[in-house]
Design a protein around this ligand. Structure first.
Ligand SMILES: Nc1ncnc2c1ncn2[C@@H]1O[C@H](COP(=O)(O)OP(=O)(O)OP(=O)(O)O)[C@@H](O)[C@H]1O
Length: 260
């Protein structure tokens, strides 16, 4: 389905692009996500932070419809993912280093294939615009597998914006990039968010980056949201000098910061 500025059926867009309520995922006796609730607003970049194994990727995979929740609900643009999966996922897109695009297809072929999946209208035009936006014109006929990490990330982001998603999910989008390329990628994502129609859910282990980019952060530990707020003021609210210090405390002593 191609996306315009209105929602399917012409309904007014809700304030939140993503609403997650009491989400839970259990594998046998392992509780990967333990009743998480949060929202992502339009024009908002929300950082999903937490130590390895906290439940971030599991949460993202449930929002992407790849994993079925054990309990809880997910609404994307007001659409219940469990009931209106196709429409909800048509409003969504995703990029992650661990999900590279097929390396045997060229940049243009990849954008074309994914554009067709999403039913993007005037696809050739959209691809040209994205090639220009991400400075990928000279790589258009190059196979993705031979591109550098930074170039592949730019292609992955171009793919993620093909359908002009209302919800953009990014799992460590700048991991393995050099500082200059990472800065460039952050600027492009901020530019996307500043258009005002979409929200971004972003995971990162780079606290400096999070402080620079995110409007709000959620600290997750052992499958629960422990702390939430503005990354620039949150450390002081919890008696910490930096976001990194707060992160270390959440990772090591989650109970000391748990909600009462
Ligand atoms: N298929 C599975 N079967 C059993 N346990 C799983 C499965 N998938 C994830 N887990 C467990 O769920 C927990 C959360 O994993 P998840 O990958 O969501 O963490 P994460 O926060 O994304 O970590 P990282 O920062 O290392 O990527 C971990 O303890 C993990 O071992």
């Amino acid at each position: 389905m191609a996306l315009g500025t209105s929602l399917p059926g012409g309904a007014a867009a809700p304030a939140k692009v993503l609403s997650v309520v009491e989400l839970r995922k259990q594998y046998g006796t392992t509780v990967a996500v333990d009743g998480i609730s949060f929202a992502v607003g339009r024009n908002e970049i929300v950082g999903l932070l937490g130590p390895n194994g906290a439940g971030k990727t599991t949460t993202i995979n449930m929002v992407l419809g790849v994993l079925e929740p054990s309990a809880g609900s997910i609404h994307i643009e007001g659409l219940d993912l469990a009931k209106r999966r196709t429409q909800a996922l048509a409003c969504t897109n995703f990029a992650a280093v661990y999900a590279p695009l097929p390396g045997n297809l060229t940049v243009r072929q990849n954008l074309r294939v994914f554009g067709m999946f999403y039913g993007v209208k005037r696809l050739a035009e959209r691809i040209e615009a994205l090639l220009a936006q991400f400075e990928l014109q000279r790589f258009r006929d190059v196979k993705c597998g031979v591109l550098s990490s930074g170039e592949q990330t730019r292609v992955a982001l171009a793919k993620a914006l093909l359908n002009q998603p209302r919800l953009l999910l990014l799992d460590e989008p700048t991991a393995s990039l050099d500082p200059a390329t990472a800065r460039d990628i952050r600027a492009r994502i901020r530019e996307f968010s500043a258009q005002g129609t979409s929200g971004v859910l972003w995971t990162s282990h780079n606290m400096q980056e999070v402080e620079e980019v995110c409007d709000r952060v959620l600290f997750v530990s052992r499958g629960k949201v422990l702390v939430e707020g503005n990354p620039r003021t949150l450390p002081h609210e919890h008696g910490k000098a930096t976001l990194e210090e707060l992160f270390v405390t959440v990772a090591r002593e989650p109970l000391s910061l748990g909600k009462a």
